[in-house]
Design a binder for this molecule. Structure first.
Ligand SMILES: Nc1ncnc2c1ncn2[C@@H]1O[C@H](COP(=O)(O)OP(=O)(O)OP(=O)(O)O)[C@@H](O)[C@H]1O
Length: 313
């Protein structure tokens, strides 16, 4: 994945990242959601002396408390019900490479304590095991919430924060580095051109102005999705202001989701949102996927799964 930028602000951050990459010290990457923290984490790995070793990522927000320990440290066979075989955790899998702990603020207090111990002692045990394994990986953590505020509020351990916050990279929000908008927008046009009917190759000046004036609460991820949608709906080879309608509706969508949420599972809510979107896009899966911010393949897989589960659509 290529990091695209031309602003001075990003140039400075990336110069700093390159310097940090050469060290083995823990790095904390801070910045709003969608600013590119994961891309920077990868760069810290690829530009480091560890680049030929593994790079492993754990999304701390995506795992239940009971699973995260085994994901991080692995487990022995029989460690708990369902642990049939030994599992290698990410600390072990990362070996002498880099371990990226994404959304570190979401780690539960018990796991925070265990992480602290591992970082302090550079050793860990698999869940249910007795062997002490050396921690050799370089840790990179990222957060879109202020850890200092979470520490003040008693939600994040101060000692773990200081352990992680050895070298800090602050990735600025897209609205604070507007010079990056045109070059990123063009980059995404090239990436999503294949989904356009008319071989989209760029923007009309009014469209670029509209992109540059917008405040981008969802940062580069939102820009990517807006450009993807624009590529799909554009009726000529240059994206027009009218193709950027999703900017007005991104937050307050034109079809607000109004479902009886209380009685529905998350999976069912997701299915309903997908159905509504497909209906809105008259069954066009590429357009629906772009509007939902997922790839067409992800959408197709979900639809196949619904059919497998016996839903008509
Ligand atoms: N400078 C950039 N050049 C090219 N693509 C970028 C850049 N910054 C972000 N992106 C793209 O934007 C999307 C979001 O980036 P990424 O996942 O790295 O953000 P993040 O800060 O880790 O977000 P979150 O906090 O939500 O996990 C990705 O598709 C990524 O490839």
């Amino acid at each position: 994945m290529q990091l695209v930028f031309q602003s001075r602000a990003m140039l400075k951050v990336l110069e700093q990242a390159r310097r940090f990459a050469r060290t083995g010290a823990t790095v904390l990457i801070c910045g709003e959601s969608g600013v590119g923290k994961e891309l920077v984490a990868r760069m810290l790995h690829t530009e480091s002396p560890r680049s030929l070793e593994p790079y492993c990522r754990v999304n701390c927000a995506a795992l239940a408390e009971s699973l995260i320990e085994s994901e991080l440290f692995g487990h022995e066979a029989g460690a708990f019900t369902g642990a049939l075989t030994r599992r290698t955790g990410k600390f072990e899998a990362a070996a002498r490479g880099s371990l990226f702990l994404d959304e570190i603020s979401e780690v539960a207090p018990t796991v925070q304590g265990k992480l602290l111990r591992v970082l302090e002692e550079a050793e860990f045990e698999r869940v249910g095991g007795n062997d002490l394994l050396p921690m050799q990986a370089r840790v990179i953590a990222a957060t879109n919430r202020s850890l200092a505020e979470l520490v003040d509020g008693g939600e994040f351990r101060a000692d773990l924060f200081y352990r992680l916050d050895v070298l800090r990279l602050e990735i600025p929000a897209l609205r604070d580095r507007k010079d990056d908008i045109p070059i990123l927008a063009q980059h995404f046009v090239e990436r999503f051109r294949g989904d356009s009917l008319h071989g989209v190759r760029g923007f009309k000046p009014a469209a670029i102005r509209r992109l540059a004036d917008y405040h981008w609460p969802g940062n580069v991820r939102q820009l990517r999705n807006v450009v993807h949608r624009a590529c799909v709906v554009a009726e000529q080879d240059l994206i027009d202001e009218a193709d950027l309608k999703s900017l007005e509706t991104h937050v307050a969508d034109e079809h607000p989701v109004s479902l009886p949420f209380d009685s529905m599972s998350l999976a069912e809510i997701e299915r309903q949102v997908i159905l509504q979107r497909l209906e809105h896009c008259r069954g066009n899966k590429t357009a629906a996927a772009a509007a939902l911010g997922v790839t067409a393949k992800t959408l197709r897989n979900k639809i196949t799964e619904y059919r497998r589960l016996g839903y008509a659509s």
